[in-house]
Design a protein. Structure first.
Length: 132
């Protein structure tokens, strides 16, 4: 009579339960992170802040003058995008809509940066991390 191979042991069950508990705790912790709502779009031309527009639900069209002619920008549904540009490859147009804090549209030939910033925290002394 042949012995059957045993693929699953009682110790394996204990290890699996510990791993499931650890990953469940980590997954729950991730959902507790504070999310910041997008508040404004900062528009930089030639590395200097030129305009700050609040993100709004109503549609708004903006023209921003740049070194190679200018770009048309649209704000709608608390998102922003570049609709037309005079740059040869039009990469800033192809980047599409952005609406989350930290997202950026970069137009290299235009020397244009559009950055989404969130609402400022009420705690002034709040520090995320310190690098030494």
């Amino acid at each position: 009579m042949r012995r059957q191979r045993q693929y699953f042991r009682k110790g394996d069950l204990f290890i699996y339960l510990i791993l499931i508990a650890i990953f469940s705790t980590l997954g729950y912790g991730v959902t507790k992170f504070k999310t910041t709502d997008a508040a404004n779009a900062e528009i930089y031309v030639n590395n200097s802040l030129k305009y700050v527009y609040p993100l709004q639900n109503e549609e708004k069209d903006i023209f921003v003058q740049t070194d190679i002619g200018g770009v048309n920008i649209k704000i709608k549904d608390k998102k922003i995008r570049v609709t037309t540009s005079n740059s040869p490859l039009k990469l800033n147009v192809k980047q599409g809509w952005i609406g989350q804090p930290g997202e950026v549209i970069i137009g290299v030939p235009d020397k244009l940066i559009i950055k989404i910033v969130g609402k400022k925290s009420e705690k002034i002394d709040e520090v995320d991390f310190i690098i030494k």
